[in-house]
Ligand binder design. Structure first.
Ligand SMILES: [Zn+2]
Ligand SMILES: [Zn+2]
Length: 321
């Protein structure tokens, strides 16, 4: 049986956080009037929406089989928005938010059915880390030469220790820091511009980070960003929370794609000067489907602490069966 290859060759495609400064060139992001995020009918900009749909894989230049309305509907579905097929204000506001640059999963062959409760996705083929030893033990290391001037190495180490611990608490996988960058499984570094992997970084904002799918292990952060661990100390309007990006990118390192659950760590958008560092039940169920469950982890505890999502309610019902 011949399997089709994914048209986008996702195996080694990277992930970025993008911030759409080019759309609005604000003096400061803070100063932007929130009402600008709710455009009314007369300032809907179709070329802007089309550029966004192209950039994230919903429309292809060489494929006219997908209509604008279909592409927009799929975008709305993947972002967990009301599916109208129309450029409504809710959709417009999301198109203008900062987000991860990895294309959302738009291949119908790998996309879950429309009515599924599951919101997380995997890379095509569901690659994961495999080892003979159980539990799986992965090492990570920081590039000595490629750090960020905005943080000390101990600050960076603490952020990643916390971020890895979040994932390790839910799956039977351990993450251990090692000094040996060359031989470690996960290689973390801050790089500027063209750094030799075919995915050059672009300076302040724009692309923030990219990560390769299992079992590659490269996790790259854009050195040009104002990386922060504390927004009281770091006042820059373009500051980016390192821990939020670390948690998200580690999810990609482990094999998760983007989620349509807004509260999920794997949701594609992240605002500057904002933090989202906790795993949502959607992240947990997704990663546990790849690696199994950490015996010490209690899903009902997490569900009890999450108040609102329908997914959580459904999971609770199912786990009581
Ligand atoms: Zn991402
Ligand atoms: Zn890179």
């Amino acid at each position: 049986m011949h399997h089709h290859h994914h048209p986008c060759n996702l195996k080694h495609i990277t992930f970025f956080f993008l911030i759409y400064l080019s759309l609005h060139i604000p003096q400061t992001i803070e100063a932007r009037n929130p009402s600008q995020f709710k455009p009314s009918r007369h300032n809907v900009n179709i070329p802007e929406i089309k550029r966004h749909l192209h950039r994230f894989g919903y429309l292809q230049h060489n494929n006219n089989n997908v209509s604008f309305e279909q592409a927009l509907s799929r975008y709305q579905k993947n972002l967990g928005l009301p599916i109208t097929g129309k450029p409504d204000s809710d959709t417009l506001s999301h198109i203008r938010l900062p987000r991860c640059g990895f294309p959302d999963d738009v291949d119908p062959k790998t996309t879950a059915p429309f009515h599924t409760k599951q919101k997380y996705v995997y890379f095509p083929g569901s690659p994961r880390w495999t080892r003979d030893v159980i539990p799986l033990q992965l090492t990570y290391a920081f590039s000595q030469q490629n750090l960020t001037p905005f943080l000390t190495k101990p600050q960076i180490q603490r952020v990643f220790r916390r971020a890895f611990a979040k994932w390790a608490s839910v799956i039977p996988v351990t993450f251990t820091e090692t000094e040996d960058y060359e031989t470690s499984d996960i290689k973390i570094g801050f790089f500027a511009g063209d750094h030799g992997d075919g995915e050059p970084f672009d300076g302040v904002l724009g692309v923030l980070a990219h990560t390769f799918s299992p079992e590659n292990g490269r996790l790259h952060l854009d050195k040009a960003e104002t990386w922060a661990v504390d927004f009281h100390e770091q006042k820059s309007t373009v500051a980016v929370d390192l821990e939020s990006v670390a948690v998200h990118e580690i999810g990609h390192v482990l094999g998760l794609g983007h989620s349509s659950v807004k509260e999920a760590a794997m949701y594609p958008t992240l605002k500057p000067r904002s933090k989202k560092v906790e795993l949502n039940v959607d992240d947990v169920v997704g990663v546990q489907s790849l690696y199994g469950t950490n015996p010490n982890f209690n899903l009902s505890g997490l569900l009890a602490s999450e108040t609102s999502t329908n997914l959580a309610d459904d999971m609770l019902v199912r786990s009581e069966d």
